[in-house]
Design a protein around this ligand. Structure first.
Ligand SMILES: *Cc1c(COP(=O)(O)O)cnc(C)c1O
Length: 399
């Protein structure tokens, strides 16, 4: 393969929406990726928190192969076995009673927003359409989810945005309380602000938010597109805060790499959607659902992957805290849950990401100064040691 030619044609034919590394990835296995020019990479990105089983996990590969030979797509005019099984599994393991399937995170949130509005209009009247989200949040790129995203930099050029959205600082309970009015129908939050720099909720914040929403008859939507499906060491992050949302959205890790989104809700909320209310041509098709079902069954089998995720998360966090002790002038904070970890620097971190890339390690930078690590849940101590060694080398050059 002529890499130079491919890169030139990529620049010529693909819309310029991504800042990409000049590399063509062709193969993956476990924690590793290989580029067309034969270089090997250790993947702590996992396709932005997507490949939770690692690349080409044998069970995932076989499930996709088997289903591709049987039935790839049928449309939602008919039932399909895997969509039913997947919905049942998600309900069995969560607070939810029903699921709507789509193809991405933005679509899962779009459905959550529509469901919240329809539910509240049906219950309280037409005026109840307001949705409050957090500043620094990220909820997607469609117009509704872009509006929900509390970061003005993503809005520029796409105005007018949707009506009825307002924003409050994350972790500021009083601000949320005063932002709520008689038109508010839902509060939408990420358990951990992933894109926003791995920002964690303070103690009891969600408990207070939950109580407030319950008291005022406002729906609580948890966007677990990044934190869900095992990423934080439990199947869903909400389990660790001692509360339950009314609506929960999933995507990223759910299909283990095959595009799928899901919107989960309690019966009383879900019933606002009736035949014709909402839909998706591809949502929940047999191939995507077979892949997602195998991903979740692998993840949940004997609880091993989840406990390993917690164990590796602790090992990872300890290693990074040790690194912080060595370089206190560069590293200001290490935080996270399970295998979603952020390391905040006193400086712009894109140079560190670039230096890691050159040394064959893939990581990511969010919010300008925070390195974000979200490896597959199969990551080992050895992989983490390798990353930390590389980071140490880079930090030494920086300080
Ligand atoms: C990635 C992400 C989204 C958007 O998902 P897409 O699949 O890119 O549409 C929404 N919310 C959160 C929290 C995310 O991390």
């Amino acid at each position: 393969m002529e890499v130079k030619k491919l890169l030139d044609e990529s620049n010529q034919y693909i819309m310029d929406t991504y800042k990409r590394f000049p590399v063509v990835m062709v193969k993956g296995r476990g924690m590793k990726l290989w580029s067309a020019d034969g270089k090997e990479y250790l993947d702590f990105m996992a396709g932005i928190a997507v490949n939770i089983l690692g690349h080409c996990h044998p069970r995932h590969v076989v499930a996709i192969q088997k289903q591709a030979q049987k039935l790839v797509h049928v449309s939602n005019l008919y039932h399909n076995e895997f969509q039913i099984k997947l919905a049942k599994l998600l309900c069995d393991y969560s607070f939810a009673d029903r699921v709507f399937f789509s193809n991405s995170g933005a679509e899962a949130n779009e459905a959550a927003i529509k469901l919240a509005r329809k539910h509240s209009k049906g219950r309280f009247g037409v005026e109840k359409i307001g949705i409050i989200t957090a500043l620094n949040s990220f909820h997607g790129r469609t117009l509704a989810t872009l509006t929900a995203t509390g970061q003005p930099k993503f809005h520029v050029g796409f105005e007018p945005l949707l009506q009825g959205f307002s924003y409050v600082p994350f972790n500021d309970y009083e601000a949320l309380k005063s932002a709520i009015d008689e038109n508010t129908c839902a509060v939408m939050l990420e358990p951990i602000q992933g894109e926003g720099g791995v920002k964690m909720a303070t103690d009891n914040y969600f408990k207070h938010v939950r109580d407030l929403c319950t008291r005022l008859g406002i729906l609580l939507i948890f966007d677990e597109i990044q934190t869900g499906t095992g990423r934080t060491g439990t199947l869903f992050a909400y389990e660790q805060y001692g509360i339950e949302p009314d609506i929960l959205t999933l995507a990223k890790g759910l299909g283990g790499g095959v595009p799928i989104g899901a919107t989960l809700a309690r019966e009383e909320v879900a019933k606002a959607f009736t035949a014709g209310s909402h839909g998706s041509t591809f949502g929940g098709n047999p191939l995507a659902c077979a892949a997602a079902l195998e991903t979740l069954e692998t993840l949940l089998e004997d609880g091993i992957m989840l406990s390993e995720c917690r164990r590796m998360g602790e090992y990872f966090m300890d290693s990074l805290l040790k690194l912080q002790k060595q370089f206190p002038k560069v590293i200001t904070d290490v935080r996270g849950k399970g295998l979603l970890i952020g390391m905040e620097l006193t400086r712009d971190c894109s140079m560190v990401v670039q230096a890691c890339f050159e040394r064959g390690v893939l990581i990511n930078c969010t919010a300008g100064n925070t390195l974000r690590f979200m490896p597959p849940l199969i990551v080992t101590e050895e992989d983490i040691d390798r990353l930390v060694t590389v980071l140490k080398e880079i930090m030494e050059r920086l300080s």
